[in-house]
Design a protein. Structure first.
Length: 389
């Protein structure tokens, strides 16, 4: 082969990389984290979706049909089975830490930067949303740094200095401190420049004159998680409402783009309780939220990236707790005791060491195919955005 032909071959092989670097950056990023969601949780949602529509077999969820699918290891720096603090830190910062710690390295000293902070520093508008408390472990890993995930008041105080434009969730845990003896953290958040909306109605009123920064929680200040999807009514805020509100607030025509993290926190909670039908409902609620993001993606297909993953698997969910080659959805009810009747089983009320799934669609979604570590995911998101972590 001549030198000229070799040069042309190298140029042809490298062309896709040049094209991506020049014109293929993700301007709008949706980063969904199904807390505790293993592949069997997704599969259960697929079977349950088909059953509810009177069909045999399973129907793919919108995100399980994405063009790019992978899986990630989830161990922490201290344990083969991670907790949500270390798992959230890995997904936020691209670094391992010890269980119980938030965005601080395993040396207990080094501060770790999150993909959300990196996005903000590069001019992207940033939103952090969750169906549970905004200072719970997973969302906190994106804006806070703390040696102990249960220092809820201190963690919430870092919302004030995050410089992120949008926060929304179930509420704030211990907003007056552990024993209710401190001033309301909402006052500090408001002083730092955030307009606070208690419920969707207030949010819509406030959006008539969109503020620079906004935090939205539920109407009842003493509640810090959403009504579970299986019991929710039309008046109850759900994750899909967070996504539509975040898009409305963060998107500006001809703007610099946005990064939005959204956690489905109660997949984990109901998996801890081994409550099968509640888990399936939360997975389907996540799919509804993803559907809102897909609506945005369809309007901006060349600029949008959607990634869905999990911080760990919870419950050791099994779709065959008994012999007999069958799952009996006709015997399944809201009562968790019916899980065994349906042949849906659990091996633990805690987390497991199982790998977690990754689903991606949009700009540079091919980066998320195959096996990787959970710390690779935020690094790949930054690569897709054309920024560094």
């Amino acid at each position: 082969m001549t030198k000229r032909r070799l040069f042309l071959l190298i140029l042809i092989l490298a062309l896709p990389l040049f094209l991506r670097a020049e014109g293929g950056k993700a301007k709008y990023v949706f980063y969904f984290i199904g807390d505790g969601m293993g592949i069997n949780h997704v599969t259960l949602g697929e079977y349950w979706s088909a059953y509810n529509q009177g069909a045999w077999g399973s129907f793919p969820l919108n995100f399980s049909a994405f063009e790019s699918i992978g899986f990630a290891s989830s161990f922490s720096a201290s344990n083969l089975i991670t907790d949500s603090a270390a798992g959230g830190t890995a997904l936020a910062t691209g670094e391992k830490t010890n269980n119980g710690m938030l965005a601080i390295a395993s040396d207990s000293t080094t501060i770790l930067k999150s993909v959300a902070t990196a996005a903000s520093e590069n001019g992207f508008r940033v939103g952090i949303t969750t169906t549970v408390g905004l200072n719970h472990a997973t969302p906190a890993a994106f804006y806070s740094h703390n040696i102990n995930r249960e220092n809820y008041y201190q963690i919430a105080s870092e919302i004030c200095t995050s410089n992120f434009e949008f926060f929304a969730g179930g509420g704030i845990i211990d907003y007056k401190g552990k024993h209710n003896y401190k001033k309301s953290i909402y006052k500090d958040i408001e002083k730092s420049g955030y307009t606070i909306a208690f419920g969707l109605d207030e949010y819509h009123q406030i959006m008539e004159n969109r503020p620079e920064k906004l935090l939205m929680v539920q109407k009842d200040i003493n509640v810090n998680s959403f009504t579970p999807a299986l019991r929710a009514t039309k008046k109850d805020m759900q994750q899909k409402d967070l996504i539509s509100s975040a898009i409305e607030f963060l998107y500006t025509e001809n703007g610099t783009g946005f990064f939005l993290m959204s956690e489905s926190g109660m997949i984990d909670w109901f998996s801890h309780g081994n409550r099968g039908m509640e888990v399936a409902a939360e997975v389907l609620s996540l799919a509804e939220a993803v559907d809102v993001a897909l609506g945005f993606y369809n309007e901006h297909p060349d600029e949008t990236l959607i990634v869905i993953t999990a911080d760990h698997e919870t419950g050791g969910l099994s779709l065959a707790s008994e012999s007999g080659y069958q799952i009996f959805f006709d015997k399944w009810t809201k009562d968790p005791a019916s899980d065994s009747d349906a042949h849906i089983g659990w091996t633990t009320t805690s987390h497991s060491a199982a790998n977690v799934p990754i689903f991606a669609v949009g700009v540079n979604s091919e980066l998320f195919r195959g096996r990787m570590d959970n710390t690779d995911i935020p690094k790949k998101i930054c690569e897709a955005m054309g920024i560094t972590l």
